[in-house]
Design a binder for this molecule. Structure first.
Ligand SMILES: Cc1ncc(COP(=O)(O)O)c(C=O)c1O
Length: 399
């Protein structure tokens, strides 16, 4: 049995959709991207969808559209994939990290509220949230709070009622990083629709894939125009091929990717159901195994969109040894996430250190992503769980 960390669920129709494009001359900026974007407007009920070539590109365009620049503060989570922080750094803005809810791994709304309140108060109150080190990369400028960037971790939405309460009170932009949560719901409403902007991603381990790809949804007409221009080398509406109103990027999604995404989004429900079935099998077969906690869902999550299946081991288990033994047994696993504030370049820039965000670090030290995809069979899940039970014995910490 060859287990994989993840694998896309591709159908014959998906493959045919890509082949159909390559038999036409329209390989970029054609009808498939427009249809793919329309599918997201239909799904979210928002006016604009802008397809791009990665989730990171999508988040970066949201930062640009929000007018965030050198020294501006963006409140975000250190328990995420690095891209959610990197896009802030691309514009020489400063991420203000706030620790997480230990149950969900999402940004803690109480701490978020406190951080923003203190940052607006200024002085000593603000200082404790700010980086230890004044970053050299923006000449030491520390501005005011401009935006909140919550992440829907592992497919479970962050607490948007609380986040929106803060953003409304302080007039802040909200960028929802929903790159891991396509199809999830918070109190019956789809992810991606809570912020001023929502961003999805379509790498092959995601709920739907385009190979590489991402997409922004928004109701803001002006921002949508700007983001469309920025993804296309800065060409605004009315510009010719060699006219560039803005400093832009090539963040375009090609037609093959859009065709694959369009085919996949058409069976989103089926793809999500397959993933939910695998998650159920895991929950069932892990149930008797002590020392392991399965993912925790909260009542506000009216629908989780299973992206990864991340377990936590008890403090009595040496997580790294546990992972090693599983890998030796042919079960690929990955610590997930590694805290962003402890990435070498972030420590170097801002002087962050171990101990700064204890809940994030505790989760980072005890969590492990198991092999997961909608294509997994129950037999494979049983095999993973059998190996887990054995590996736990080998990975007990000595008293
Ligand atoms: C939370 C989060 N944000 C952003 C991204 C970036 O997406 P991409 O890899 O498509 O650039 C990812 C990708 O895994 C992610 O998990």
């Amino acid at each position: 049995m060859k287990l994989r960390m993840s694998s896309p669920e591709l159908s014959d129709a998906d493959r045919e959709a890509v082949l159909e494009v390559v038999s036409t001359p329209n390989l970029s900026m054609g009808p498939k991207i427009a249809a793919f974007e329309q599918a997201f407007c239909d799904l979210t009920g928002l006016k604009h969808a802008i397809g791009v070539n990665s989730g990171t590109a999508g988040l970066h365009l949201c930062i640009r559209a929000s007018g965030i620049g050198p020294g501006d503060l963006v409140v975000t989570t250190p328990f995420s994939f690095v891209a959610s922080t990197n896009v802030i750094l691309f514009e020489k803005a400063i991420p203000v990290f706030v620790d997480i809810d230990p149950l969900t791994g999402n940004i803690d709304p109480d701490l978020l509220e406190k951080a923003v309140e203190d940052l607006f108060r200024g002085g000593d109150a603000a200082r404790k949230w700010l980086p230890r080190k004044v970053p050299a990369f923006n000449e030491g400028r520390i501005g005011s709070v401009k935006a909140l960037l919550p992440v829907d971790v592992f497919g479970q939405p962050a607490d948007y009622d609380r986040i929106k309460k803060v953003s409304r009170h302080y007039d802040l932009t909200v960028i929802e990083d929903s790159c891991e949560a396509l199809g999830g719901e918070y109190k019956g409403k789809p992810t991606g629709t809570f912020g001023d902007y929502g961003v999805f991603a379509f790498y092959p381990n995601k709920q739907i894939t385009t190979g590489e790809g991402g997409l922004i949804v928004t109701d803001d007409d002006e921002a949508a125009d700007l983001m469309r221009a920025l993804r296309n080398q800065g060409r605004a509406v009315g510009d010719t091929w060699l006219q560039h109103t803005h400093l832009g990027y090539n963040y375009r999604m090609d037609e093959m990717s859009a065709a694959l995404g369009l085919s996949q989004i058409g069976r989103l429900e089926q793809l999500l159901a397959h993933r939910a079935r695998v998650a159920d099998w895991y929950a069932q077969h892990l149930a008797g195994i002590e020392e392991v906690t399965p993912p925790q869902l909260v009542p506000n999550t009216t629908r989780v969109s299973w992206f990864v299946y991340v377990i936590r081991v008890s403090p009595r288990i040496d997580r790294d040894r546990f992972a090693e033994v599983l890998i030796e047994k042919g079960v690929p696993v990955r610590p997930y996430f590694a805290p962003i504030h402890l990435q070498p370049y972030v420590m170097e820039m801002f002087g962050t250190q171990a101990g700064d965000f204890p809940i994030t670090e505790d989760l980072g030290n005890r969590s492990l992503a198991l092999p997961f995809s909608g294509a997994m069979t129950e037999e494979e899940v049983v095999e993973v769980c059998r190996c887990i039970a054995e590996a736990l014995i080998a990975a007990q910490k000595s008293e």
